[in-house]
Design a binder for this molecule. Structure first.
Ligand code: GDG
Length: 455
């Protein structure tokens, strides 16, 4: 075991007890090993200085920094969320390219590297999270940091063809090479990354799986993220979700839970549900769709249309199919507390998870963990969610094919108990074994192996 664990993520849980799988998992690791957690404070101040505020965590310390309004715009809303996010989600057409945003993104990464370098030790293990900080290792190297640095990309790795749409595409491998370990969600992502590197002058894929590029060597591997399945299952069984929902006894429930993001395939999902209602036989179960869709990144142009589209589609379906006592789509445009969410998953007959493109998709895993094993619901899962590599026993659908999704709903709602149990058991085995603790352990063990090999 080497030195301290140092985590970097865009936000840190400095406002209160950590919630959400990833944050809790990182919190648990840091508590066990002690260490530092760097990230933005969430405060936008006119003239932020080059110093961290210190927030005491449980057994570790958080160091937060403020952003200026221009940094929030260029680094966060601009390059990270209006360029890298769409690029990595096969929506290069939505990229808002703007040289100034790229410069600001680099400035924030350089500023953070400068501030961090003063605090780091050579035996630290540094674990950087997500696309906000792709160039951070390279910037830290420029500050003379020699410690082992790992990165985890929570979102998909872009296909080589899409990557060419990024004006800085030639820098991407250079950023990757600043890390010792470049972690991705799936085998599919690893294949995409290796394809890009294979064609690159100066890059060599060595026999042992490492990549040599210019002066550096690094590894690209997949570490599919999990959830804290045991805790989530316990939470789900605590409250009666059906009582919360005020449903008719014979009414069946389909659930969708997503940030309101164009990558999540929400409009097609609502259309597929409408198609199911249109085509269902007289005696088919009466099903309602509860779609929980809290808004995100509302300041980004590409997000403004989604809400309108969804409201229109939900209105159309409800207009066609509602009756005096029943509204088939319940659409909630705000977040719900985590314990309510867990209970509602458990009460649902179908988990409807249909993104066009998703790094992993934790909702699919949460839905499975929350089910009653003796009477489980059925998971319908997009072939384009990273989770599909581990969840072959779900009903796998193409989120562009409305008819196929409608048929999957029919199949799920009519599925006999025995088949539901078989499928659920197979899915639950993976979700409980490959939980978030397994994910952090396997990532950090790989980092330790790399540090030991370099020592
Ligand atoms: C990124 C990648 C990858 C949603 N609504 C509410 C709520 N949520 C929670 C869910 C789930 C989380 O938010 C969403 O996680 P996802 O994995 O589905 O998607 P992203 O936010 O896009 O996450 C993704 C993930 O990073 C981890 O690596 O899987 O592919 O895009 O936990 O439950 N939670 C509460 N109320 C809500 O209304 N409490």
């Amino acid at each position: 075991m080497t030195g301290r664990l140092v985590v970097v993520s865009n936000r840190v849980p400095s406002d209160g007890p950590p919630s959400g799988g990833l944050v809790v998992a990182l919190h648990d690791c840091l508590r066990a090993t002690g260490g530092l957690w760097f990230g933005t404070s969430g405060r936008i101040t006119d003239d932020p200085d080059d110093s961290f505020a210190q927030v005491q965590g449980d057994g570790y310390t958080m160091r937060t920094f403020d952003l200026s309004p221009a940094e929030q715009q260029g680094y966060y809303l601009g390059y990270a969320n209006s360029v890298l996010w769409p690029l990595c989600h096969r929506r290069a057409d939505l990229m808002a390219l703007n040289a100034g945003d790229y410069d600001t993104y680099m400035q924030v990464n350089r500023r953070l590297a400068r501030m961090m370098a003063a605090e780091l030790r050579p035996d630290d293990r540094i674990w950087i999270h997500d696309y906000h900080f792709l160039p951070l290792a390279d910037c830290l190297r420029a500050e003379g940091v020699t410690a082992t640095i790992g990165y985890f990309h929570h979102i998909p790795f872009p296909a080589t063809h899409d990557m060419m749409a990024l004006p800085q595409h030639d820098l991407f491998p250079h950023w990757m090479a600043g890390f010792d370990l470049f972690g991705l969600q799936t085998q599919r992502d690893v294949a995409a990354a290796l394809e890009m590197l294979r064609g690159l002058p100066g890059a060599e894929l060595l026999r042992d799986g490492t990549i040599s590029y210019r002066e550096r060597r690094f590894e690209v591997r997949s570490f599919p993220i999990g959830i804290d399945a045991a805790a989530f299952a316990e939470e789900a069984a605590r409250i009666d979700g059906r009582a919360l929902l005020n449903f008719a006894p014979d009414e069946r429930l389909v659930i969708g839970v997503d940030r309101l993001d164009y990558s999540k395939g929400l409009d097609n999902r609502l259309r597929a549900f409408g198609r199911y209602l249109r085509d269902r036989a007289e005696d088919a179960p009466k099903a309602s769709l509860l779609q929980i869709a809290p808004p995100t990144r509302e300041e980004v142009d590409a997000y403004q249309q989604i809400r309108e589209d969804l409201e229109r589609t939900a209105g159309k379906v409800n207009g066609l199919h509602s009756d005096l006592g029943w509204t088939p789509i319940r659409y909630i445009h705000s977040g719900v507390p985590r314990d309510t969410l867990a209970a509602v998953y458990r009460a649902a007959d179908v988990g409807f998870v249909t993104p066009f493109c998703d790094g992993m998709n934790l909702v699919a895993k949460e839905f499975v963990a929350a089910q009653d094993p003796d009477d489980p619901g059925v998971l319908i899962l997009s072939q384009f969610a990273g989770a599909v590599e581990q969840m072959a026993s779900a009903l796998i659908v193409n989120p562009y094919d409305i008819g196929e999704m409608a048929r999957a709903l029919r199949q799920a709602l009519a599925m006999p108990l025995e088949e539901r149990i078989d499928r659920h058991q197979a899915l639950a085995r993976g979700v409980f074994r490959k939980d978030v603790a397994h994910w952090t352990r396997s990532y950090l063990d790989t980092m330790d192996r790399l540090s030991a090999a370099r020592a």
